[in-house]
Design a binder for this molecule. Structure first.
Ligand SMILES: [Zn+2]
Length: 93
């Protein structure tokens, strides 16, 4: 039996069914549209958006910190497919 990678998510995360896997840096990749994917930001599990004030050109849509340009869209390789993930929803206090 293969060891699964544990992925903890906040209870507010609402795209569990769309998760495709993790990229090499551990960022969550979700399905976006019919044949597209999107890498969520590690800080807020949000998508990225373009910003001219950002060094990378992309900021987190939720908190506006600079994030890697991969969060702006495009193809990202899935390093760990969802089948190898054990998803735990954290029900905080
Ligand atoms: Zn953020």
């Amino acid at each position: 039996m293969r060891k699964k990678t544990i992925l903890k998510l906040p209870a507010t995360f609402d795209s569990v069914d769309e998760i495709l896997g993790l990229d090499a840096q551990g960022c969550i990749i979700i399905k976006f549209g019919t044949d597209s994917s999107m890498v969520l930001t590690p800080c807020c599990h949000a998508s990225g958006k373009g910003s001219i004030d950002s060094l990378s050109g992309i900021v987190c849509r939720a908190c506006y910190v600079d994030v890697h340009h991969k969060h702006g869209g495009g193809d990202t390789d899935i390093a760990i497919p969802v089948d190898d993930l054990e998803i735990i929803i954290e029900t905080g206090p």
